[in-house]
Unconditional design. Structure first.
Ligand code: NAP
Length: 480
């Protein structure tokens, strides 16, 4: 049984209460490690350590800070195989995906922001002969980051890297469901020589230590990624305290396939966009709208590929579809499949729990599920399922495609598949989402603004947006 520890003031230590939670391997359903159930005493310890570390870290030259973060990125890159394996065990995702996406992006995030901070600048506004304004952008101080289980180290580093690069000190809480890679990461921080107290990692449940972080008066900003309901709760706590808040929340993303798309590559990419990470990526396209002339042909090709996805042990290199992250999450996904049937949907493929032979016999596997015959208004098409479930529906023209796509409370990401570029640009303007992909999906440039509109969030991460979030602008007006 592995024991996970908190990371406070540069030390790996158990929670002060000595209370631990069980951590389950999704592919087997077995408990394989224990994680700290941190409390407010642990938080006070972490805040004191962060406070002590702040003057030196925020006052350090940008080059020195960037050098330390680059060393950390190197350590993460060197450990990428170990991290990918740990992520596959902890989360249930295929190890090939964990290597190509999760551990790759963890080091890329840190390297990117280590460089970005050396290029960051602030504005000045001339008042002609009267004077000049210039903007100072200083670190906020102690900031909190709270991240989810679907891309554990990827999203954890996506937050802490810009926060640290901008000169803040951080109290970070990974998801209690997938704590392992953040724990391994804390060891890499020690190896890379990150000064003590600059980053503190507290493990435990959201309702306890997560809520305590949001409530703490000395933590001045919160960067959160997770579900919309949790985001609402966080905002209700943080807003009256006037904390800076970045919320990256849920989605119900539409995929628009037009008759003039590149058929083969579109089918490939739309399968990937619906089922990568077992559909547990906030950007996955779970509502697939297909222009009527190719609806039947597309459906047939799509189903063929979906049925070919290799479901198996996440630790096998050939596996394409692993386990869902937990029993409660699997139960939720299965309950949505039942709901879809009650709402009149026809399950074209999948729709059930899978029992594998051998090591993974009791794991949380659900087959990739495709449903048709449901209207936009039903719960299956309105609520985020966050699993391997998508719906298909035909449309007849551009206007109908846009109105179907925009017809939920969410607005995170969408993709458009067509060779008519003028249509693609027109639709990109009309689609009410933070991210529009044209003939691609999950193609990422870390300099671009990332985030959603409507119930999918407030604020943007990525590039300069993240550095702006993690700094406080101050205008200085000088009269000549
Ligand atoms: P979640 O239940 O909202 O949890 C997210 C994080 O918040 C976890 O670390 C959780 O801790 C913590 N938390 C829970 N209650 C809290 C509270 N009262 N105060 C402070 N922290 C609290 O989301 P999830 O199930 O982990 O992740 C799936 C959701 O994330 C989906 O809705 C998905 O769309 C969304 N997501 C969005 C993006 C994006 O960029 N927009 C990216 C990835 C995922 P515990 O795990 O310990 O409960």
């Amino acid at each position: 049984m592995q024991i996970i520890n908190n990371f406070i003031d540069g030390e790996l230590i158990p929670p002060s209460s000595q209370q631990f939670l069980e951590n389950v391997e999704p592919a087997t359903g077995n408990v394989y490690s224990q994680i700290p159930e941190s409390n407010r005493d642990d938080l006070s310890h972490a805040v004191a350590a962060a406070k002590k570390a702040l003057p030196e870290w925020s006052g350090m030259s940008i080059e020195d800070r960037a050098r330390i973060l680059t060393r950390l990125a190197d350590e993460v890159e060197n450990a990428s195989d170990e991290l990918a394996k740990a992520e596959a065990i902890d989360n249930g995702k295929p190890i090939s995906l964990a290597k190509a996406v999760d551990s790759y992006r963890a080091s890329a995030n840190i390297r990117f922001f280590a460089q970005a901070i050396t290029q960051f600048s602030s504005e000045s506004h001339s008042m002609g002969n009267e004077g000049i304004n210039y903007t100072l952008r200083d670190p906020i101080g102690i900031v909190g980051t709270i991240s989810p289980w679907n891309l554990p180290l990827y999203l954890f580093t996506w937050k802490i890297a810009p926060a640290l690069a901008a000169g803040n000190v951080v109290i970070a809480k990974p998801s209690e469901v997938t704590p392992m890679t953040a724990f391994l990461f804390s060891k890499l921080c020690v190896k890379a020589g990150l000064p003590r107290g600059v980053l503190n990692i507290l493990h435990g449940s959201g309702g306890n230590i997560g809520q305590a972080i949001v409530e703490h008066p000395e933590i001045k900003a919160i960067s959160f990624t997770g579900g919309t309901a949790t985001g609402k709760k966080l905002a209700a706590t943080a807003a009256p305290m006037f904390k800076k808040l970045s919320l990256e929340l849920g989605g119900k993303n539409p995929t628009l396939v037009f008759a003039d798309c590149d058929f083969e590559s579109t089918v490939n990419q739309v399968v990937r966009s619906a089922f990568a990470n077992q559909g547990q990526i906030c950007l996955c396209g779970s509502r697939i709208y297909i222009e009527r002339p190719i609806y039947e042909k597309f459906k047939e090709a799509f189903l063929r590929q979906v049925e070919d996805l290799k479901i198996g042990d996440p630790l096998e290199l050939s596996t394409q579809h692993g386990a869902l992250v937990s029993q409660p999450h699997m139960d939720k996904v299965l309950s949505y499949i039942e709901l879809a049937k009650k709402e009149g949907g026809q399950v074209l493929t999948g729709g059930e729990r899978i029992t594998l032979k051998g090591r993974c016999e009791t794991g949380f596997f659900v087959s990739p599920t495709v449903i048709e015959g449901l209207p936009l208004s039903c719960r299956t098409n309105q609520e985020e399922i966050f699993g391997p479930v998508c719906t298909l529906q035909p449309f007849d023209n551009d206007d109908e495609a846009v109105s179907l796509a925009n017809g939920t409370e969410y607005g995170l990401a969408t993709s458009v598949w067509s060779n008519n570029l003028s249509r693609c640009h027109r639709l990109a303007k009309q689609l009410d989402f933070g991210i529009v992909w044209i003939n691609c999906w999950l193609q990422r440039d870390l300099r671009t603004p990332f985030g959603g509109v409507k119930a999918s969030g407030v604020g943007r991460e990525g590039g300069l947006e993240a550095l702006r979030f993690f700094t406080e602008p101050k205008n200085v007006c000088v009269k000549y």
